[in-house]
Write a protein that binds this ligand. Structure first.
Ligand code: CTP
Length: 414
């Protein structure tokens, strides 16, 4: 995948044990076609040899601010960067960035850079939760810096908690999203993308509902990546704890019928509808007005069918094939055959088939392994990847379809 061809990435590495992962990130970025300029802090050089990064990126690793003074190294590097990422970012480096310090090559370069900046914090939980660090992070966020992570998990010295640097593939996806957002000419720029996410809840009584295990993560990742690519995004979300991605308009809904109404509200101006939500197929025929009591005996709950939102959109769509319709299928066996049948039955353009039988993909996990099926028979396999990465691959396919539709209709509908 050459999704970063022509993109120049400034890779800042600060001094934490996770610095070794910067080598993996550098390899992913280079593999995607990026030109990577690594800049190491003094601490990072103690954890990771500059020779490793030099070998991977094929570029001279600048040692300090006095290296290449005649070429104004820091200004040149800062200006040339399309995206900058600090991976990992220590508490000290976050503090230096928040306060605008310029005491080494990394911080001077970042002061000279005007491109999007991503920081990936890595430190012990206590340091991350310290009010000083949290205040610094708020300052950076307020300045438009993307703070990615930290992830939760084992830390150095046998501890565990929030503080791990995010995995290299997640950082790679963030670099890609940032690079695409600065390229305002992509096929999603200016389009209205409607994403539904999460699992609907169907009321039994005022306190109980029928629900499902969908967390909403896939839909939220799609909304975030689409917004990063310059789309106007409406995220129609069934109950979810997840924060609203930056630049996304969120409409909260509860039941399948609420979601149905919310989709129809925005349908007229939608260029793309992505149905990542797990919509309940059935709901209780009537919700009890007051809480069902045990003393009244075991209730028999009669179910009635909910509207199939995607199938309805597929059937109602006009001959111009807009909006582009993307559905999801959660399958446990015969993944491709069931997926193809569902793609046809729903009248969608794209169906993302999710193998929910495997434990590392599907519901309630950070990663997904999917197959993207298209109406004309195309198939794209996405191996195990973060949901942000999977979202990027799905939106690549959507982008191609938008471009093809434009060509077919003889111009952009903008
Ligand atoms: N979908 C929908 N409305 C419904 C049910 C599903 O819009 N009432 C959408 C989902 O958002 C998803 C796609 O249809 O994009 C497929 O959902 P899935 O649950 O896999 O399929 P079902 O149609 O429910 O089929 P089945 O449960 O029989 O496999």
């Amino acid at each position: 995948m050459d999704d970063l061809r022509g993109v120049r990435v400034l890779l800042g590495v600060s001094g934490g044990i996770a610095a070794y992962k910067a080598a993996l990130l550098a390899r992913l970025l280079v593999g995607a076609g990026a030109e990577v300029d690594p800049v190491l802090t003094a601490g990072a050089r103690r954890f990771l040899g500059a020779a490793t990064l030099e070998g991977i990126t094929g570029r001279h690793v600048r040692e300090d601010v006095w290296d290449g003074i005649a070429q104004d190294t820091h200004v040149a590097l800062g200006r040339a960067a399309d995206v900058a990422i600090v991976y990992p970012a220590t508490a000290h480096t976050l503090a230096r960035l928040a306060h605008g310090l310029a005491d080494d090559l990394l911080t001077t370069t970042l002061l000279a850079a005007t491109c999007p900046l991503i920081v990936c914090p890595a430190m012990h939980t206590e340091m991350w939760e310290h009010p000083a660090t949290q205040a610094n992070v708020e300052v950076l966020r307020g300045r438009g810096v993307t703070v990615l992570g930290p992830a939760v998990g084992p830390l150095m010295g046998g501890d565990a908690g929030p503080g791990r640097v995010v995995e290299p593939d997640e950082a790679h996806a963030a670099v890609r999203a940032a690079a695409t957002s600065t390229r305002s000419d992509g096929p999603l720029a200016g389009r209205h993308v409607v994403v539904t996410a999460g699992g609907t809840r169907e009321a039994i009584d005022p306190v109980r509902f029928l629900g499902n295990r969908s967390s909403g993560r896939m839909g939220f990742a799609l909304a975030a990546v689409a917004a990063g690519r310059g789309a106007r995004v409406t995220l129609i979300a069934a109950p979810s704890e997840l924060p609203t991605p930056e630049g996304v308009r969120r409409v909260d809904v509860v039941s399948a019928r609420d979601m149905h109404a919310a989709v129809h509200e925005v349908l007229d101006e939608a260029d793309v509808v992505v149905k990542a939500a797990a919509v309940a197929d059935f709901r209780p025929a009537s919700a009890a007005a007051s809480k069902l009591k045990k003393a009244d005996g075991t209730p028999a709950i009669e179910l009635v069918a909910n509207p199939d939102i995607l199938a309805e959109l597929g059937a109602q769509r006009g001959s111009d094939d807009t909006p582009v319709l993307v559905g999801f299928a959660a399958e446990t066996d015969d993944v491709e055959a069931n997926g193809r049948a569902k793609l046809a039955a729903k009248g969608a353009d794209v169906l993302v088939v999710n193998d929910v039988a495997s434990s590392d993909a599907g519901f309630e996990v950070e990663t997904n392994r999917v197959v993207i099926l298209e109406r004309d028979g195309a198939r794209t396999d996405v191996p195990l990847a973060s949901k942000a990465d999977v979202a990027a691959r799905i939106l690549d396919v959507v982008g191609h379809r938008l471009t093809a539709l434009d060509a077919h209709h003889g111009g952009s509908s903008g």
